[in-house]
Design a protein around this ligand. Structure first.
Ligand code: BES
Ligand code: MN
Ligand code: ZN
Length: 498
């Protein structure tokens, strides 16, 4: 879908999306249209019980007196509550109502309302961002999709008077590129995206100015990454560790922020094999790595003035004659030994070596890892909030604020000595599981043993990486949770200020 910006006008064809404030306040464009149709929009709103409540939609077909195929009225809610998120919802909800309508051309009226606190340029840019986010589809494997089920909208014209709208959209467009990359690699099945092919996807980021290095098993063995390698040893695919560096700060030597992602391209559970029901979901057990990859793409795409290094541990957790067994003891790169009680608690084994490597090699100012780490976080928080754990309060507060601002909310859970004790092993420095209780916390406690004194946060996205339903800006499927949050966090706290 091609997005362009133009001055407000009544389009001569296709679909027009217009926002309506609660109380049925129309924009200038909608008022013109209402007059042209002899009060048709107002009659339609009454007949359709349309009040302009947030995300309420009403499609008016072939309005008499106007050349348009359809007008989509989208409720914006109350004027004072229209923020960037609401503008994105407006764009996404409107786009969803026309995407497969048959219309190729679509315009979205972003006239300046009276009473909006959000500047008009921000409103228009965010409406375009929301529409673009919602336009995503992962449909490459449909060979028999009917024409009427396919998206018809080819171009979206954003109608606005605000001069800065296009410029305000440019960085958001780069973030959408990152989100789309994440959604695609997370959606791909595990026979297509496995450690080596996902590393290849990372290599493609060099086109954006990102330095990419891929370590194979031989190199990781040399580094002593026995924990990560143990997880991948049952797979026919070679494990990979990918380092992606974006050096955008004025001082290229300034300590980077490190983003570390769990990239389990398929998690069968290994010898501690998972039940069959739902196992297909474990193709997206690389959602943390996917978010890190997409974030790097977004940062490079908008030329962020920050130094950020993304490190993803890519493995496949499979049962086989060479697979790791319950009871095996592995030695991590840190030197600490781990008794593997359950081969399905593999994410922490991958992350512990990736975190240690990040710390040793890059001396980062902070480290944030993202991982679809535990089923327990889904029990605790459901699919609305991701779990946040941190060794540093300031970092935790910043992450929580960024998540709130972009509608990728996180909820902080505790860490503590008593939880850490649950990892005590009879024969090694630690075991890889605590008890059943507080499973997300003991998993985080495990990671904490590999970050030393670097300010660190862990975001457990097992409940949020995949969405079972459409929302205004996220079609069901891979959500790319984390990309917008990290992009915002970096924009606010890690970039050189002008
Ligand atoms: N990848 C899973 C966690 C998961 C569950 C992600 C559901 C997404 C949706 C992880 O590797 C895992 O299997 N965790 C175990 C840990 C247990 C063995 C201590 C779990 O949560 O059951
Ligand atoms: Mn597992
Ligand atoms: Zn897993």
């Amino acid at each position: 879908m091609k997005i362009s910006f133009a001055k407000p006008h009544l389009p001569a064809e296709g679909a027009l999306i217009v926002g309506v404030l609660e109380g049925k306040t129309l924009t200038p464009t909608a008022r013109t249209l209402n007059e042209l149709t002899g009060g048709g929009l107002e009659r339609a709103m009454t007949a359709g019980r349309f009040l302009g409540k947030k995300d309420q939609t009403l499609v008016v077909l072939a309005p008499a007196g106007a050349p348009l195929a359809r007008v989509v009225l989208v409720g914006l809610g109350k004027a004072e509550s229209v923020d960037a998120q609401a503008a994105q919802s407006f764009g996404g909800t409107g786009l969803a109502a026309v995407l497969t309508s048959g219309d190729a051309a679509c315009a979205i009226a972003c006239d300046d309302f009276d009473g909006l606190k959000l500047p008009a340029a921000e409103f228009a840019a965010n409406a375009a961002f929301g529409a673009r986010l919602r336009s995503y589809r992962f449909d490459k494997y449909f060979t028999k999709e009917k024409k009427e089920d396919k998206p018809s909208v080819r171009k979206l014209a954003v109608l606005t008077d605000a001069g800065g709208a296009k410029a305000a959209f440019a960085p958001l467009d780069a973030v959408a590129d990152g989100v789309f990359l994440t959604r695609t690699v997370v959606s791909e099945p595990a026979n297509v995206i496995h450690p080596e092919s996902l590393a290849d996807e990372c290599r493609k980021l060099t086109a954006l100015g990102i330095e990419v290095e891929v370590l194979g098993e031989k190199q990781m063995k040399k580094l002593g990454m026995g924990a990560l390698l143990g997880v991948g040893q049952g797979s026919d695919r070679e494990s990979q560790l990918v380092v992606m560096r974006w050096t955008g700060a004025g001082n290229p030597d300034a300590a980077p922020l490190a983003l570390v992602g769990k990239g389990v391209c398929f998690d069968s559970g290994g010898i501690s094999i998972k039940p069959a029901a739902g196992m297909e979901d474990m193709k997206w057990d690389m959602g943390g790595a996917g978010a890190v990859i997409g974030t790097l793409a977004a940062l490079a795409g908008r030329k962020a003035k920050a130094n950020v290094v993304g490190i993803v541990g890519l493995v496949e957790n499979m049962p086989s004659g060479t697979a790791q067994r319950p009871g095996d003891v592995v030695r991590s790169m840190s030197g600490q030994t781990i008794e593997v009680i359950n081969t399905d608690a593999e994410g922490r084994l991958v992350l512990c070596d990736a975190l240690w490597y990040a710390k040793e090699r890059f001396k980062p100012s902070a480290m944030i890892d993202l991982a679809t780490l535990t089923g327990a976080i889904v029990i605790a928080l459901g699919t609305e909030y991701a779990g946040l754990f941190a060794s540093n309060d300031r970092l935790a507060e910043r992450i929580a604020a960024a998540g709130k601002a972009v509608d990728e909310p996180v909820w902080r859970l505790p860490l503590g000595e008593a939880y850490d004790k649950q990892l005590k092993s009879d024969i090694a420095d630690m075991k890889n599981v605590g008890g059943r209780e507080g499973g997300s916390i003991t998993a985080a406690q495990f990671l904490k043993r590999f970050v030393a004194d670097v300010p660190w946060a862990h975001i457990d996205i097992a409940g949020t990486a995949w969405s079972k339903k459409d929302t205004a800006t996220i079609p069901k499927g891979a959500s790319a949770f984390g990309v917008r949050l990290l992009d915002r966090l970096i924009a606010e706290h890690y970039e050189d200020k002008a």
